[in-house]
Design a protein around this ligand. Structure first.
Ligand code: SF4
Length: 347
């Protein structure tokens, strides 16, 4: 089994000459695939039950076009979108690619349609893994069985939009499902041996710093293999933007966000890969916070703060375990999860 540690015992992770105080996606991909792996964002042309009337029609209040802005052209086949994506990334000389079904709900279509779209991705030799963004209420057993049947030796990652563990906020942003649904989905996906990546949004309306950290702790207690920490973006044309203009909430400052990300890293178990630490909203539609457009600056500040505060991933877990009254015997769970994670990621 490969280790995420560099053996120096200083809490850092390393691979391919890179060293990070947290389990970054870059480190993880280098370990798993032995080089640079890039994601190709795909749009299979599906919709979402929170938009088509099945659950609701307005969608989540923060959502603009189902996060499909940077994804491929849905009028093209998945195969064509992959070819196009590879063309755009060729300059970086990737070793392989991840097919990322990003737009809307990536499991929300009849089975024959899903089979066709997924197969096109799995069939490409350049694709090393397939990642599917979806909702916890849209991962029925037949879809998981289908993935079982067709994934071959390629890893499957299912990305679940949790956003928050606070039910009151979930209602306010119109997420459309409750926490037991999320927990059930995680259990079932893991039973199939696929990795779970959870999306969390920091800065949702009405949430305190403690609420946000509660969500990170909650996610860290689940059997998940990756997390995306995303800053709330207020985008033009969303219901959230009306709320924001009415002054119903304020967005995070850069300092608050940097602090939240650093503390989250300290609270997360060491085997969970951090796939993202900022948001990636479309800048033309961005209303607030404007500071988030300087993504490189934000990342630099996070790295600087981690260094100054001497934070490495999981270093605050002692406090966390103490808070939760976890015994020493429970601590072995982390190493078991780490092994399971390694195993399933290797597919
Ligand atoms: S579930 Fe996803 S695609 Fe659907 S409205 Fe919410 S954020 Fe948008």
């Amino acid at each position: 089994m490969q280790s995420a540690e560099d053996g120096a015992g200083d809490g850092f992770y390393s691979a391919g000459g890179d060293r990070e105080p947290y389990y970054s996606l870059n480190i993880f991909l280098r370990q798993k695939f032995g080089g640079k792996v890039y994601r190709i964002a795909l749009n299979p042309g599906f919709t979402c039950p929170n938009r088509d009337g099945t659950i609701g029609t307005g969608g989540c209040t923060f959502c603009l076009a189902g996060s499909g802005t940077f994804a491929g052209n849905p009028r093209r086949t998945i195969d064509e979108q992959i070819t196009e994506g590879m063309r755009g990334l060729a300059q970086f000389r990737p070793k392989a690619y991840i097919a990322y079904f990003q737009a809307f709900t990536g499991t929300y279509a009849p089975l024959p349609v899903l089979r066709d779209r997924y197969r096109q991705a799995f069939a490409r030799p350049e694709i090393a893994a397939v990642s599917i963004a979806t909702r916890p209420d849209c991962v029925p057993e037949d879809v998981l069985d289908l993935l079982d049947e067709i994934h071959g030796t390629k890893p499957v990652w299912i990305e679940l939009g949790l956003q928050t563990a606070r039910e009151e906020t979930a209602v306010r942003i119109r997420r459309g499902y409750a926490l037991p649904c999320f927990e059930d989905a995680v259990r079932r996906i893991r039973r199939h041996g696929f990795d779970v990546i959870v999306h969390v949004i920091l800065g949702l309306p009405g949430e305190t710093r403690e609420d946000m950290l509660h969500t990170v702790r909650y996610a860290g207690r689940m059997d998940i293999q990756g997390i995306k920490l995303q800053l709330l973006h207020v985008l033009q044309g969303t219901e959230l933007s009306d709320e924001y203009r009415r002054g119903a909430f304020r967005v995070l400052t850069r300092e608050e966000y940097v602090d939240l990300v650093c503390t989250s890293i300290g609270l997360l178990p060491r085997n969970i890969v951090i796939h993202r630490m900022t948001g990636d909203g479309p800048s033309q539609e961005l209303i607030a916070p404007q500071w988030s457009t300087a993504k490189r600056t934000v990342l630099n500040e996070i790295h600087h703060a981690l260094k100054v505060r001497e934070i490495t991933q999981g270093c605050m877990r002692g406090d966390e375990k103490h808070e939760r009254g976890i015994t020493d015997a429970d601590q072995t769970d982390d190493s078991i999860h780490a092994e399971q994670s390694e195993f399933s990621a290797l597919g």
